[in-house]
Write a protein that binds this ligand. Sequence first.
Ligand code: GUN
Ligand code: ZN
Length: 449
Amino acid sequence: QTATAAIQRVYRGTFIHSTQRKVVEVLEDALLGVDTQGKISFIGSGQDLSQLSQTFGFSPCVVTELKEHEFFMPGMVDTHIHASQYSYAGTALDMPLLQWLNTYTFPVESGFGDMEFAKKVYTQLVKRTLRNGTTTACYFATIHTDASLLLAQIANDFGQRALVGKVCMDRNNSVKHYKETTHESQEETNRFIAEFFARKYPLVKPVVTPRFAPSCTGALLGQLGAIAKNNHLHIQSHISENPEEVKLVKELFPDSESYTDVYHKYNLLTDMTVMAHGCYLSDKELELFRQTGASLSHCPNSNISLCSGLLDVRNVLNHKVKLGLGTDVAGGYSASMLDAVRRTLDTSKVLTIQDPDHKTLNFEEVFMLATLGGSQALSLDDQTGNFEVGKDFDALRVNVAAPGAPIDLFQNDGPKVLLERFLNLGDDRNIVEVFVAGRSVLPLAESAR
Ligand code: GUN
Ligand code: ZN
């Protein structure tokens, strides 16, 4: 990548994104150039078209103008989603976490040794999440190495940025055959990583994935911590989702001071770690997250659907812990990040109902969590999350007034109001085009629909 890569596309219109300094920045009549590598080469004012076209060497007639009621926003980042659980999304939400895993989840996940089934479910989910505006997803697959590699290939082929994890688990499982020995889990993780890099999926990275402490012996956690360290890899798991689970971890790891301490002890808390949930973390545990640079994925649909708990996002942010949003399909029943945005706002409002002193999250903050915050939580913010020059162009072209979409406009709303209405009322029909690394990945080509 050189600073002088040729301009491939230029867009003119309203751009809305979050920056380090501003929760929501609205750029009206802006011009954004994407180079042939898919990176943002400039963002400036529409007034400066002739000057920018000279500096960056493009003809003004290549500029694509957005229509009325359209804007660009960064693609959304789903920091926690189980691709293998998509087949039963929207059902089986009548039990608490540990029973739910044993009754529904493990039996379904055990079926992913069947590559045809895996291909069907993974293809549908990648298409669905792209339609819903997820340009980056952090996926759990299953324990099956080959099906996990297939998920990486499918995401890469459809043009979605992703982290993909082969799940590791060597104990406590209701389904006899859905478990590995400690040695198998280590060996298969090594094979997963080796094949992953050999096959080359430019948009996808492998992520070391101990399912959660109750499913893994200390020996396995230690080996996975070492694998992540030696290969400088991302790590994902679950933490402190439900009270029964927290109690179980105390029993299984009596020598550890806390749930967080279990992962910390095995070198699984790094600045490339994302842990889902964290509803019951103490301030001391949050402090350990901050010190290590590990992040949390807030999955409000799942937390409510499984009656797990309510995460106080404000408290997490006050502790300067990185946080993104996740759908947690299928503990969460929706594969849409717009749903995660709404549930995040709802959860924060419930906390305010319970305690009027709670400082409710506003939609601007939640927009940031769904985009830039997610990219930071996944340590991918050098590549994606907003429209800074040098980052990849991962973007949604939103038409708030798209035909057939569920938003009616009555007055001349400004861009921030249009964003708020899209976040609260919109759906995939408002997302008219999706870009990842500068490439238009949606609408899909006829043959891929
Ligand atoms: N904890 C361990 N495994 C899972 C899972 O698949 N879903 C959720 N929500 N929590 C978990
Ligand atoms: Zn999960």
